[in-house]
Design a binder for this molecule. Structure first.
Ligand SMILES: CC(C)(COP(=O)(O)OP(=O)(O)OC[C@H]1O[C@@H](n2cnc3c(N)ncnc32)[C@H](O)[C@@H]1OP(=O)(O)O)[C@@H](O)C(=O)NCCC(=O)NCCS
Length: 272
């Protein structure tokens, strides 16, 4: 009889203590600890090695490593010497705050900078309206193909298709009230789309996809969309975050700052 090869399935690792420590650290300074909303990292903790950085008895930072794939280094301190302890070990992708990028940058040939801003909700934003346009919630049962079409029309780079977008509606952070169209009343069709998520465990909202069809830009629709999303999110969360490419000709950082987002944190993604 042919012998069957035994398949060893490792039991899931208990990540609860890492998650608790990361959550506590993140709440103190979200934009310096991670390059993205916390839930995205928590969802991947099974595959990440966590090393917490202790500074005189208190946890000030974290190094998250997926061996052979990527490294995230986030710390509340601004001391550049702390980053000297980061061991690259040939990792091909590194996410690192602007304060610590300089010594690592020469080892990587592709570098992209991302702003990371926070809206604290201390002042709810105005809800600007543009005459002729109205806000509607996306029907996430019937309108996902239209969501895919609008995303495709707004970017030069590849965008997710309907099947991938459908998976977003199954995540615990899915918030149907934060999937919004701006509809052109005369043409009776959507011309802008905003998608945000809410992580109730952290009290964090995050703007994920903000776009206006090219022919309808610079009319104030981006502002109308972001203000409406923040208004809706901050009924339920303590703060809202957003990440975007610094070098984007549409200058979204300007749009978000105009809508009350603040901060000076920039993260670099280094690839080799
Ligand atoms: C970014 C985007 C949503 C802005 O939408 P919009 O409807 O043009 O934004 P608004 O008309 O409300 O303009 C908001 C501010 O940004 C400014 N702005 C808009 N487009 C700009 C551009 N290309 N360059 C510089 N500033 C710009 C406006 O002047 C306005 O500032 P002001 O009120 O101080 O004058 C839109 O350009 C877009 O969909 N881009 C492609 C998708 C994208 O990159 N999304 C952001 C991902 S993080």
């Amino acid at each position: 009889m042919p012998r069957r090869k035994a398949i060893v399935i490792a039991p899931p690792r208990d990540t609860s203590s890492d998650e608790a420590a990361l959550r506590a650290l993140y709440r103190k300074d979200p934009s310096r600890i991670l390059p993205n909303a916390l839930w995205k990292t928590v969802a991947r903790l099974q595959s990440l090695e966590c090393r917490f950085i202790d500074d005189a008895g208190s946890v000030t930072g974290v190094e998250l490593r997926e061996p052979g794939k990527m490294l995230i280094y986030g710390t509340r301190t601004q001391d550049p010497l702390k980053a000297a302890s980061v061991k690259l070990d040939g990792v091909p992708t590194v996410y690192i705050h602007n304060d610590f990028v300089a010594p690592l940058a020469p080892w990587f040939d592709r570098k992209e900078a991302f702003f990371r801003l926070v809206h604290t909700g201390s002042e709810l934003p105005l809800r600007a309206t543009v005459p002729g346009y109205t806000i509607h919630e996306v029907n996430t049962t019937t309108e996902l193909p239209l969501v895919a079409t609008i995303l495709h029309a707004c970017y030069d780079t590849p965008t997710p298709g309907t099947d991938e977008i459908a998976t977003w509606t199954k995540r615990p952070v899915f918030a149907s009230h934060a999937w919004l169209w701006i509809v052109d009343r005369k043409e009776k069709r959507p011309v802008a789309l905003g998608i945000a998520e809410t992580d109730k465990d952290t009290g964090e909202g995050s703007l994920e996809w903000i776009q206006v069809l090219p022919a309808f830009r610079s009319l104030g629709l981006g502002t109308m969309l972001v203000q409406e999303l923040v208004y809706r999110l901050e009924q339920k969360v303590a703060f809202t975050t957003v990440v975007g490419q610094v070098k984007n000709p549409c200058e979204p950082e300007h749009l978000f700052r105009r809508c009350g987002f603040a901060g000076r944190d920039v993260w670099w993604v280094l690839h080799r």
